[in-house]
Design a protein around this ligand. Structure first.
Ligand SMILES: [Zn+2]
Length: 287
């Protein structure tokens, strides 16, 4: 058939070509793909494939890693979550071995004790079903990977401070995930609510773990010094809605004679937020 519309010539429809029949429908689809591709290409410029040798099972594999020279640091939020311009490198901060299930924060991946190695083989590798991740990680995959890091840490007998630090990072992932959803035109409110709840669950775990670490561990813990940890505990308490405990910990920070200005400013900001919150609570009691 030369032209499917040829039969309509008698009805007055002359010279209609069928060449463009489906073009209009295809166009928007093409656009969506290219937008996704565009976003992927953007992320691709921030990462590269790093060759990793697993210290547990000796397999070699590639792991997506952030080009540190590419990201632009913007500052930290009140719980010290770092922010970068246009890209969140946090998902790429852990390494997972797809062969044996050993997983750790990049910086500590190679340094595993013999004792932890045995514990990982016994408790992780035995049960682990490998999962191959794409080069570009979603927040959902990142949460899964970080939780595997936390599980490795727990079975490997890591200190409370290490486990609390991983929990803090998981709470940051949940926040980053919420932000990425909020940027969408159509928001999934049910999912957002769920992620907010999960974020708080991990804030709570980080709070508990850091308090235990503070009481029993030697500083620095995961690079965090004593007064910075006091400050983090204070801010986590505020996030959990306990302003009384938060103020107690802020008092400890200020009690040091050598608080750097950077931290002093943050203490001031947290105090301000607590004051606002208390005002609101008083007002709602009066109403
Ligand atoms: Zn391995």
């Amino acid at each position: 058939m030369e032209n499917i519309f040829k039969d309509l010539e008698e009805l007055g429809f002359k010279n209609i070509s069928d060449a463009d029949l489906f073009q209009e429908k295809e166009q928007p689809k093409k656009k969506v793909i290219s937008k996704e591709k565009e976003a992927q290409l953007k992320v691709q410029t921030y990462i590269y494939q790093r060759k990793v040798d697993c210290p547990v099972c000796k397999h070699s594999f590639h792991s997506s890693t952030v080009r540190s020279g590419r990201v632009r640091f913007q500052g930290t939020e009140l719980d010290l979550r770092p922010r970068y311009v246009g890209f969140d490198p946090l998902p790429y901060d852990v390494t997972v071995c797809n062969y044996c299930g050993y997983a750790a924060i990049n910086k500590y991946f190679k340094n595993i004790t013999e004792k932890k190695k045995r514990a990982v083989i016994e408790n992780i590798t035995r049960n682990y079903i490998g999962h191959k991740y794409n080069e570009i990680l979603t927040y959902e995959e990142s949460v899964e990977r970080y939780k595997l890091v936390l599980l490795n840490s727990a079975v490997g007998g890591d200190s409370n401070g290490i486990k609390a630090y991983i929990c803090l990072k998981i709470s940051w992932l949940y926040r980053g995930w919420q932000e990425s959803l909020q940027a969408l035109e159509q928001k999934d409110d049910a999912l957002l609510q769920k992620l907010r709840t999960y974020e708080i669950v991990f804030v709570e775990k980080a709070f508990e773990g850091f308090k235990l670490a503070y009481a029993t561990e030697k500083f620095p813990v995961m690079g965090i010094d004593e007064m910075t940890m006091e400050y983090i505990i204070a801010e986590l308490a505020r996030r959990l809605g306990d302003s009384k405990i938060s103020k107690q910990w802020l008092g400890r920070v200020i009690g040091h004679s050598d608080v750097p200005n950077r931290l002093r400013d943050k203490v001031y900001d947290v105090k301000e937020l607590i004051r606002e919150q208390e005002k609101k609570e008083k007002k709602s009691q009066q109403d």
